[in-house]
Every structure is written in structure tokens, then in C-alpha cells.
Design a binder for this molecule. Structure first.
Ligand code: PGA
Length: 254
């Protein structure tokens, strides 16, 4: 059985390198003792180098929150390429987070970022999710279109390096997470679309994470009732006592 995957998206936190190093050390010390859980912390670019353990830690890794749409080095001010991330031995990269989509990333841009990440042999955590739910189920079409277009131009041989993070936008930074039963239903839908794009064998294998207001209290139920392969955690991932509790709760799931 594959391990659960818990990804912490630190966003633009914490404020200082010292805090970032402390947070990373604390998470690593707990994560490396877990049996059934892999943990990835994604700090801001500025802190990646110094939060990454010098010696590979068991079940703990540092990831990045994005990668440039540009594949090659050159005159691209402010950009960080997937190639650079690979060079500093980053293995996981979040792609298409809704906050970037809100800042102008279209599906086409997301697909370029994704392609660059995969071309470098890195594992992409592709974020998708509807903005709102409606009675008529229009949100399912929105989700389908987003997945299909984000995966546009990605060859099936790269599909094994894609993890989908299903994050309904309305549940991000909210008070409550989505109901676990709804998470289960929608994660099946996501797998189905993935299978339609790449073929059934990939649909069975793709790992789907849930993200949106996950904390140490609701993580266990989301994982067990929602039957997802892991979690993408925002706020709780920079709150070390809460995140440590969350990891321990998830590791109890056999
Ligand atoms: P949240 O963020 O856990 O703070 O809701 C999740 C995310 O944006 O990935």
C-alpha cells in the first residue's frame, strides 16, 4: 500500500529564515519517525536552500510552490525555472494553485508550468478546484474543463509524475473544509477525468489529495471518509504544533 502524502503549502510564510528553519526542523523530526506517511514542506523560494535537510531525511522532503512558464535560462526577471529546482534537488512542485490562478494564471499557463516541471523529471502537484458549487452541477463541467486544459499537451508517459490536489476554491482559507462525503465523490470524478485523458491505468494509479481548510482536527476524517491519498495543507502547515498533530493523526490510518 502506498504511503499517505501530506504536503504543506507555506505560501508567503513565515516572515524570517530563522522561523522557516525552525519549522522545517520540527516537521522533519516528527515526519521522519512516521511509518505510513510522507511529508513535503513547500516554503517560499527564498527559503528552499536553507530549509532542505543536508542529508536526505526519511519520509520528509522540501518542495516548491511554483515553477516558471519559461523553460530556458534567459531574460525573465523574477522567474525560477523547473530546471533550477531540479538542480537544487527539489523533487515536488505545486502547479496551478488557485491563488496563482486568481493572479492571472490561465489553464494554458498552468499547462506550460506543468510541462516544464515534468520535463525535468520532477513530481507535479497540480491544483484544480471549482470556484463555487451550484445546484445544477455546472461546477463539474468547470472542473472537467480545468483538468483537461491543464493537462493539455502532456504526454501520457509523464502522467505517472502528476499528483492532483483537489482544492475547491471556496474551501481554501475558509472556516470549514468540504464535507468528507463530498470530497470522496469529487475525488472519484477527478480520477475519472484523469483516466479519460490518459487512459484507465493512469486513472487507477493517480494520487488525489484534498486541500482547503484542513487542520489537525478534521484531517483523519477527511482521509478516511473522503478516501483521498493525502492532503494539501495551507494555514495549518505553518503552525507547527497543529501540523505535527495532523501528521500523527494521519499516520494512524492503516
Ligand atoms: P488552507 O489553504 O489550508 O489555509 O485553506 C490550502 C491551500 O491553499 O492550499
Amino acid at each position: 500500500m502506498s504511503k499517505k502524502l501530506i504536503v504543506g503549502n507555506w505560501k508567503m510564510n513565515p516572515a524570517s529564515l530563522e522561523e522557516a528553519k525552525r519549522l522545517s526542523r520540527r516537521i522533519k523530526s516528527v515526519a521522519s519517525k512516521l511509518q505510513r506517511t510522507e511529508t513535503v514542506a513547500c516554503p517560499p523560494f527564498a527559503f528552499i536552500g536553507q530549509t532542505k535537510p543536508r542529508i536526505t531525511a526519511k519520509n520528509f522532503d522540501i518542495g516548491a510552490q511554483s515553477a516558471s512558464v519559461f523553460a530556458d535560462t534567459g531574460a525573465h526577471t523574477g522567474e525560477v525555472s523547473a530546471n533550477m529546482l531540479r538542480d537544487i534537488r527539489v523533487k515536488y512542485v505545486i502547479v496551478g494553485h488557485s491563488e496563482q490562478r486568481q493572479n492571472g494564471d490561465t489553464d494554458e499557463i498552468v499547462s506550460k508550468r506543468l510541462s516544464n516541471v515534468l520535463t525535468q523529471g520532477l513530481i507535479a502537484i497540480l491544483c484544480v478546484g471549482e470556484k463555487a458549487r451550484d445546484e445544477a452541477g455546472e461546477y463539474l463541467n468547470e472542473l472537467k474543463k480545468q483538468i483537461e486544459q491543464s493537462l493539455n499537451n502532456i504526454p501520457a508517459k509523464m502522467a505517472g509524475n502528476i499528483i492532483i490536489a483537489y482544492e475547491p476554491v471556496w474551501a481554501i482559507g475558509a472556516k470549514e473544509a468540504m464535507l468528507p462525503e463530498q470530497i470522496y465523490e469529487t475525488s472519484l470524478f477527478v480520477k475519472k477525468i484523469f483516466a479519460d485523458v490518459f487512459g484507465p491505468e493512469y486513472g487507477h494509479r493517480v494520487r488525489v489529495l484534498y486541500g482547503g481548510s484542513v487542520n489537525f482536527r478534521n484531517a483523519f476524517e477527511i482521509m478516511t471518509v473522503g478516501k483521498v491519498d493525502g492532503l494539501l495543507v495551507g494555514r495549518e502547515s505553518v503552525n507547527s504544533p497543529g501540523f505535527v498533530e495532523l501528521l500523527k493523526a494521519v499516520d494512524k490510518i492503516s
